[in-house]
Design a protein around this ligand. Structure first.
Ligand code: DOR
Ligand code: ZN
Length: 366
């Protein structure tokens, strides 16, 4: 087996030479982290957590449970449930988040910071997506909390879409940038923010041009699929997520950003399991389950872009650097050997249909 990396921290340098790629049989990486995941709760939690923990050392855990995780006490209780759902012997650190509401108190922010276990606050525009009904209607009403976050250096994670029904669903991310993100950055220049699961060329350009306080996560599914995948031969509910998949040129811009070695762009799967019946429905839920193969799917993208030497920076270095956490010490090995994804995954009493169900993925974890 060849290992196509050299050694040492140099591997994470964003400006590392784009070496000519030799076909790799294996790839050794600093163990990655997932900077945006939905682990859910109850029956589904054990499966989601086991899949994530197999690949990732840590994950930023989304708070959009029903009811949402709004207080530090709720976040700590959820963290304990996640840890007790871990398979025996697994090591995994859930990095907790709070769900921002117009009622969130600035004092909650100080308390969150003091625990060392809550790493960010998540903004959902009310009604934008799954369990976002209790999200924010008027961001201006959150300004005292945002000021506290800026003071305590607790990052704000953005579901960056407007919910204005007059805006076309494919334009909602681009509209968010000018209507909300620009004013937010002017009002809170010291507040670190992550524009989550970006899907457009406009978002890539915005983040690239912004100060270092702004970063973005990129999902595997937005790197692999464009909006044609929603309608390939018929309606494909398992490719429905929010923000929606976009046109091919947007996907190309995302691939350029993720594989380009810019530390502002890092891995966040947005793996979001829903039971099969909730997806295959007359009003199906948004969310794609990728935790079963997340790193492997990203490896496919980086290999196609001739950028396997930049996967480690994206997956294992830039995220911890942004969150001011140490990079992981241990490593994982990916092997170039195709495997067949099962057509369904049982998760407690539920059945999930994962991304690539019944099809092959080119890489696997050793
Ligand atoms: O596709 C999505 N699913 N997008 C989100 O923003 C939420 C997520 C979920 O929780 O299901
Ligand atoms: Zn999400």
């Amino acid at each position: 087996m060849s290992d196509n990396f050299g050694d040492g921290a140099r591997r994470c340098a964003p400006d590392a030479d784009a070496k000519a790629q030799v076909p790799a049989a294996s790839l050794r990486l600093i163990r990655p982290d997932d900077w945006h995941v939905h682990l859910r709760d109850g029956a589904m939690l054990a499966t989601a957590v086991a899949d994530s923990a197999r690949r990732f050392a840590r994950a930023i855990v989304m708070p959009n449970l029903d009811p949402p995780v709004r207080t530090v006490d709720e976040a700590l209780a959820y963290r304990a449930r996640i840890l007790s759902a871990l398979p025996a012997g697994a090591r995994f650190e859930p990095l907790m988040t709070l769900y921002l509401t117009e009622e969130t108190r600035p004092a909650e922010i100080a308390q969150a910071r003091a625990t060392g276990l809550v790493h960010a606050v998540k903004y959902y525009p009310a009604g934008a997506t799954t369990h976002a009904a209790r999200g924010v209607r008027d961001l201006a009403r959150c300004y005292p909390v945002l000021a506290a976050m800026e003071r305590h250096d607790l990052p704000l994670l953005l579901h960056g879409e407007v919910t204005d029904p007059s805006v076309d669903v494919f334009d909602r991310e681009a509209m968010f940038l000018e209507r909300h993100l620009s004013p937010l950055m002017r009002a809170f220049p010291g507040l670190r923010m992550v524009l989550e699961h970006i899907t457009t060329r406009a978002a890539v350009e915005f983040v690239s041009a912004a100060p270092q306080t702004l970063a973005a996560t990129v999902t595997a599914h937005h790197l692999l699929l464009d909006r044609n995948a929603l309608f390939a031969g018929g309606l494909r509910p398992h490719h429905y997520c929010l923000p929606l998949l976009k046109r091919a040129h947007h996907r190309a811009a995302l691939v350029g950003a993720a594989t380009g070695g810019n530390p502002k762009f890092f891995l966040g799967t947005d793996s979001a399991p829903h039971p099969r019946h909730a997806k295959e429905s007359s009003c199906g839920c948004a969310g794609i389950y990728t935790a079963h193969a997340a790193l492997e799917l990203y490896a496919e993208v980086f290999e196609k872009a001739h950028a396997l030497d930049r996967l480690e920076g994206f997956a294992s270095c830039y995220g911890p650097d942004f969150y001011r956490l140490p990079r992981n010490q241990d490593r994982v090995t990916l092997i170039k050997a195709p495997w067949r994804v099962p057509s369904t995954i049982t998760a407690g009493t539920d059945v999930l249909v994962p991304l690539r169900a019944g099809e092959d993925i080119a890489w696997q974890l050793s």
